[in-house]
Design a protein around this ligand. Structure first.
Ligand code: C5P
Length: 250
């Protein structure tokens, strides 16, 4: 019997698309949200490092504000990033959905798994990123990290004028609800099909895949993967970074 070993099957290659083109108006006036600093480093750089921290991620596509691609490219060049990862910057669009689509358009052949990660979630731990990739590698076409809710949620009839009372329509059973985070992970072909087919306004990519009738599954999220949306979130993010520095012994 010959001793020639068969080549192992090629590893699925993973890219991360980071939509970072939002203005972040809920954070107050100032630079686009992704470019705001957390402990002196722009939020976007934290988010890029969080994706590149996974050894499975070979390419990160950053979707910059439409008029800010050159600035974002300069920013990436000015910060230390892992050598094993490639970085590409493309200009974004008017909606998150459009921005993600422009990011997908920039993917080269040979990428099989795509993560979509909000720049506004700069502190997601690498274990969460790897868990999402792993679930896609294991055969799930769409995977989202999510956490159970602390608050009870009410569905209301939204007031026409801000500040007016809003009638409650329903109270979904809290135990069946999950707060969804990113990175969301997809088999590339499934995500492309979703972006080509679904034109409704959506707030995440998984819901587009749901609309195709394709099964989406949830893996455990992480409390540090929260979205920096309001001013208090900046305080929390800096506290998390300070705690990490202490734990790392710096
Ligand atoms: O507005 P929201 O908080 O849902 O934004 C989530 C992510 O989508 C942010 O990282 C933001 O920069 C990005 N986004 C984008 N293009 C837009 C609007 C939002 O890339 N036009």
């Amino acid at each position: 019997m010959s001793d020639v070993s068969l080549p192992s099957p090629p590893e699925a290659r993973t890219a991360a698309v980071i939509p970072a083109a939002g203005r972040g108006v809920r954070l107050g006036p100032g630079a686009p949200k992704a470019l705001r600093a957390l402990n002196g480093t722009p939020m976007l750089i934290h988010a890029v490092r969080a994706m590149a921290a996974s050894r499975a991620v070979s390419l990160v596509v950053v979707v910059a504000p439409p008029d800010g691609a050159a600035e974002v490219k300069t920013l990436l060049d000015a910060h230390a990033l892992p050598d094993r990862t490639d970085f590409v910057v493309v200009p974004g669009g008017d909606s998150r959905q459009e921005s993600v689509k422009y990011g997908l358009d920039a993917l080269p052949p040979g990428i099989d798994i795509v993560l979509v990660h909000d720049a506004a979630r700069p502190l997601v731990p690498v274990d969460t990123v790897d868990a999402v990739i792993e679930a896609v590698r294991d055969g799930a076409p769409a995977v989202v990290p999510a956490l159970p809710l602390a608050d009870t949620v009410k569905e209301v009839e939204p007031a026409a004028v801000a500040g007016e009372v809003e009638p409650v329509v329903a109270t979904p059973e809290r135990a069946r609800l999950r707060a969804v985070q990113t990175p969301q992970g997809f088999d590339r072909e499934t995500l492309l099909r979703a972006h080509e087919t679904v034109t409704d306004d959506v707030t995440d990519d998984a819901s587009m895949v749901e609309q195709l009738g394709v099964r989406v599954v949830v893996v455990p999220g992480h409390e540090e993967a929260f979205k920096v949306t309001r001013p208090l979130d900046l305080v929390l993010a800096e506290a998390v970074l300070a705690r990490r520095r202490l734990n790392d012994g710096f």
